[in-house]
Design a protein around this ligand. Structure first.
Ligand SMILES: [Zn+2]
Length: 130
């Protein structure tokens, strides 16, 4: 089977059609299958990688990404966002009572965040933005 690599615009259009139909898609793999199927309609087989699809979704204005995570190694340093590859911003939070400082890392692009206990992404849910 021969596969074509779709353009960003094609992926974006397919993604929009899929989300307008389903509203919510509960995993990246499911979304990949649905978008690829949508693009394949014109007798060509298209294949889009999951991470590329995720990034196009993050950069679009109609997708709300829900990130499910598990706990990871607290010693591991994260400099880049594990979801979209953007730079993580360090945020300090002072608690009101004890003046204790907690450090958080946040991604401005996709809203991923993590504290000392690292949040490792395990599943993505894609919602159509209202
Ligand atoms: Zn991110």
């Amino acid at each position: 089977m021969h596969y074509h690599i779709p353009s960003d615009e094609q992926v974006l259009n397919g993604l929009k059609k899929v989300l307008e139909k389903f509203r919510t898609v509960s995993s990246q793999n499911k979304l990949k299958t649905l978008v690829s199927k949508k693009l394949t309609a014109k007798k060509k087989n298209y294949n889009v990688s999951g991470s590329r699809l995720r990034n196009i979704a993050i950069n679009s204005d109609f997708v709300k990404l829900e990130i499910h995570t598990r706990e990871g190694d607290p010693k591991k340093l994260l400099t880049k966002c594990p979801v979209c590859g953007n730079i993580l911003n360090r945020v300090k939070n002072l608690t009101i009572w004890g003046g204790e400082v907690t450090i958080e890392f946040r991604c401005k692009k996709c809203n991923y965040w993590t504290g000392k206990k690292k949040r490792i992404p395990t599943r993505y849910v894609f919602h159509l933005k209202k």
